[in-house]
Design a protein around this ligand. Structure first.
Ligand SMILES: *[C@@H]1O[C@H](CO)[C@@H](O)[C@H](O)[C@H]1NC(C)=O
Ligand SMILES: *[C@@H]1O[C@H](CO)[C@@H](O)[C@H](O)[C@H]1NC(C)=O
Ligand SMILES: *[C@@H]1O[C@H](CO)[C@@H](O)[C@H](O)[C@H]1NC(C)=O
Ligand SMILES: *[C@@H]1O[C@H](CO)[C@@H](O)[C@H](O)[C@H]1NC(C)=O
Ligand SMILES: *[C@@H]1O[C@H](CO)[C@@H](O)[C@H](O)[C@H]1NC(C)=O
Length: 363
């Protein structure tokens, strides 16, 4: 809510300052691009064009009273999303997606206005199983709209595409080589492929292009089986752990905190969930490992450890118990999804646009 107000405020402020740079948050994913005309007159013509190829997407001809949208162009990426205002010639785009990012041009009788539409999405949460591969999708449909694509992991640059030069680079020696031989770039879209995932690859990724900014949170999960009455130690490989780091361990669909290291002190919450963890938990202060002893079927399920900005999940199966065989893909997915927290399906989009106008050259 506060964020929304802040963005509204920004929007107004920028307009007062000169109307060159707008930034606001659009809950509905809708944006109206102004043609620069305040009231259409009889001989007015406006053509709306998009992208490097300047594809015609909408046209107004007041003389013939024609308002046309061409929403089947560019593989239908604008289908049922365009509306023209019959008084001002403004173009409204609804249900904005990353594929709509780019430059729009409104050509009127005597000037051309360029509008840069940037699309920032909310965090996309992605989960991947240990040792598997994951593709973080760039959202770029045709790279020609962008000059440069940059991928970062926790603010360190790990890959870059120079579209103009057709150069694809990965920097897999950063961060102690944790990405060595694991990074690939899709030559068509600039998407990032990470192979042979380990716990140390969990965390925040972002892609930045001229018109796009996408933020990903990657959860890494592992599946572990244990017999009833045995013990299990969940090891998230927190190699960089410092003694001042806070760690939270959570369990199950409710994300109940069961243990944490907070202010250098260990706290165990073994009375939660009807005491099923009572006298069964051990948390190692040096390594952050969680040990559960005397396992019963009630301990089957998902565990999440949150450390710095990372989340690692463990899906625990208890053999020879009633829950033994709930390890189908669907069951695992359910447990993982519950632990991932806030659903990010809502298409909340942040848009930024830059407006520059120039008078057309005289013939
Ligand atoms: C514009 O469209 C609205 C709704 O379709 C209509 O009521 C109005 O008469 C139109 N105005 C002009 C100037 O064509
Ligand atoms: C642009 O054209 C409109 C009429 O279409 C006219 O009213 C306006 O003065 C023109 N602007 C400039 C800067 O020439
Ligand atoms: C991309 O490569 C071209 C040609 O090598 C170079 O001129 C340009 O500056 C590069 N772009 C960026 C953003 O580095
Ligand atoms: C921890 O790291 C070791 C060695 O890199 C690896 O074999 C193991 O699978 C990792 N475990 C987890 C849970 O990431
Ligand atoms: C393990 O838990 C069961 C109850 O689930 C209890 O009866 C048994 O005494 C426990 N064993 C140990 C070694 O604590």
């Amino acid at each position: 809510m506060l964020l929304k107000m802040f963005h509204r405020f920004c929007f107004c402020l920028w307009r007062l300052v000169g109307g060159v740079h707008y930034r606001y948050r659009s809950e509905e994913g809708t944006v109206t691009l102004r043609s620069g005309v305040t009231e259409l007159k009889n001989d007015d013509q406006i053509q709306w064009r998009f992208g490097n190829e300047e594809t015609l997407i909408a046209e107004i001809n007041e003389q013939t009273n024609r308002f046309s949208v061409f929403d089947d162009v560019l593989d239908g990426r604008f289908r049922d999303r365009l509306t023209l205002d019959n008084e001002t010639g403004s173009l409204t785009i609804t249900d904005i997606r990353t594929k709509h990012a780019g430059v729009y041009k409104a050509q009127t009788n005597n000037e051309t206005i360029s509008i840069k539409l940037k699309v920032d999405t909310d965090v996309k949460e992605v989960s991947v199983k240990m040792r598997n591969s994951v593709t973080l999708s760039s959202g770029v449909t045709d790279m020609m709209n962008d000059d440069q694509i940059k991928w970062r992991f926790e603010s360190k640059e790990i890959a870059e595409v120079n579209v103009t030069a057709g150069r694809f680079s990965v920097f897999d020696d950063v961060l102690g080589g944790r990405f060595r031989d694991r990074l690939k770039l899709d030559k068509k879209t600039g998407s990032l492929i990470i192979t042979d995932i380990r716990t140390e690859h969990a965390g925040d990724y972002r892609i930045h292009t001229n018109y796009l900014y996408i933020f990903f949170h990657l959860y890494v999960y592992d599946e572990i089986s244990v017999k009833e009455e045995d013990s299990v130690t969940l090891n998230p490989n927190l190699t960089e752990m410092m003694d001042y780091d806070d760690i939270h361990w959570r369990f199950g669909y409710e994300n109940t905190v069961i243990a944490k290291i907070y202010n250098r002190r260990i706290r165990l919450y073994d009375d939660v969930l009807d005491g099923r963890f009572s006298n069964r938990l051990k948390l190692d202060k040096q390594t952050g490992h969680l040990t559960i002893t005397n396992i019963t079927s009630e301990h089957a399920g998902g565990y999440k450890v949150h450390y710095r900005m990372r989340n690692v999940l463990f899906i625990l199966t208890v053999l020879d118990s009633a829950y033994c065989c709930g390890t189908t893909e669907a069951a695992i997915r359910l447990v993982v999804t519950a632990l991932m927290g806030v659903a990010s399906a809502a298409a909340v989009v942040v848009l930024v646009y830059d407006i520059r106008s120039r008078r057309a050259e005289q013939d």
